[in-house]
Design a protein around this ligand. Structure first.
Ligand code: 13P
Length: 251
């Protein structure tokens, strides 16, 4: 059975003080960790504070980006090796904002996935289409292409342990959520793509999140879909109250 995983993605929000305040606000209130995994992805400058504050809780920590080299002359980059040493559990990679504003390619994302696995950090690999691609009827082709490129060269065992986040770009930060049926359809397609690339067992183990205006009001119906195993949440993860409501969606 796949354990549901609700992950916040704070994007470029919060400073260390606000990070510590957030953790103080959720301490002792998270859902049963045997039933749902709770993760916060924070800016690199907040990660140490987040890790320290989360000690003794079941909260897991994610980075929002990393470089694919561990060390060297790469000014301004974030080492996956150091993220692992710090105790970061997950690494969000290939977010549509990274692809759009920082020109990340499928090849970069694949290298980042390899670098995270090499260091023992589990990637959360993002994919998703624009409204234009959806209107052109090319969602399947686009998303399966992103997945094939991102997973290139990874072992079945690695993929089985990974998380894939389906985030339709038109639903991010817009308040417009994909319907549960739309989200399910693409999450199912992603699982089928993994089955085709690897095998049924790998496909049944990989966890697939939906992201795009997930909030307390729609989390239940999204999570009820058979191929949706979690959420990657922007806006609704910023306040302890709404994050707690999301992780308690089963209660
Ligand atoms: P919102 O939940 O704010 O739409 O953001 C989704 C997202 O991009 C998470 O990575």
């Amino acid at each position: 059975m796949r354990k549901p995983i609700i992950a916040g993605n704070w994007k470029l929000n919060k400073n260390p003080k606000e990070t510590a305040e957030f953790v103080a606000g959720i301490k002792g209130k998270l859902a049963d960790a045997t039933k749902v995994e709770a993760v916060i992805g924070a800016p690199a400058v907040d990660l140490q504070t987040l890790i320290d504050a989360a000690k003794g809780t079941d909260l897991k920590v994610a980075s929002e980006n990393n470089y694919f080299e561990d060390a060297g002359a790469f000014t301004g980059e974030t080492s996956p090796k150091v993220l692992a040493e710090m105790g970061v559990n997950y690494g969000i990679i290939g977010h549509s904002e990274r692809r759009e504003y920082f020109h990340e390619t499928d090849e970069d994302i694949n290298k980042k996935a390899h670098a995270l696995f090499k260091n023992g950090v589990t990637p959360i690999i993002c994919c998703g289409e624009t409204l234009e691609t959806r209107k052109a009827g090319k969602v399947d082709e686009w998303v399966s292409g992103q997945i094939k490129a991102a997973l290139k060269g990874l072992s079945a065992e690695q993929v089985a342990s990974a998380v894939i986040a389906y985030e339709p770009i038109w639903a991010i930060g817009t308040g417009e959520t994909a319907t549960p049926e739309q989200a399910q359809e693409v999450c199912h397609l992603i699982r089928e793509t993994v089955a085709g690339l690897y095998d049924q067992t790998t496909a049944e183990n990989v966890r697939i999140q939906y992201g795009g205006s997930m909030k307390p009001a729609n989390v239940k119906e999204l999570m009820a879909q058979p191929d949706i195993d979690g959420g990657l949440v922007g806006g609704a993860s910023l306040q302890p109250e709404s994050f707690l409501e999301l992780v308690h969606y089963q209660d």
